[in-house]
Ligand binder design. Sequence first.
Ligand code: COA
Length: 162
Amino acid sequence: MKGRIAIYPGTFDPITYGHIDVIEQASKLFSKLIVLVARNTTKTPLFSSEERIAMIKEVVRTRNGVTVDGFNGLLVDYAKDHKATVVIRGLRAVSDFEYEFQMAQTNRKLAKNIDVVFLVPHDQYTFLNSTIVREVARFGGDVSSFVPPVVRKRLSEKFLQP
Ligand code: COA
């Protein structure tokens, strides 16, 4: 699969060790990986798109072949513009499947050349999502086993602000 450009899209509000696990796996499979902060119209993120991109950039900065970008439109349009033919998604549990299956089929209808690759995070991350992280941080809980230090710092700054 080397030589193909892959996109890992998500809301990343904020990026967690579970997402980083997927990025690590995907970057071994593809020579170029774009981590894309995309828009899920059902969500109102805590962090702005710029803040989420900045956090991801800090986290992946030493990783060869991994870049970070943001986009507000359709994923398939971004893929076409950037010559990407693979979309990466993480599958944590059976509960993820229905939504992921629906998105994969929709993207395929919209762009026939896109292949969707599902990667499974290690079991210590299968319970994790960004909502849990935001919730624990909001009430001053310890999120150090869920997110890297840079994200922990941004979360505490966010919740300390009046
Ligand atoms: N580790 C930890 N958490 C993970 C995870 C992993 N490996 N994989 C997913 N999650 C969590 C996320 O943190 C998120 O948690 P939250 O809901 O509590 O915030 C949740 O699972 C959903 O995953 P996420 O990766 O954030 O995806 P999303 O569902 O918000 O993203 C988009 C969906 C942005 C990719 C999709 O809406 C999209 O493609 N938008 C562009 C517009 C478009 O093309 N729409 C048509 C799509 S068919």
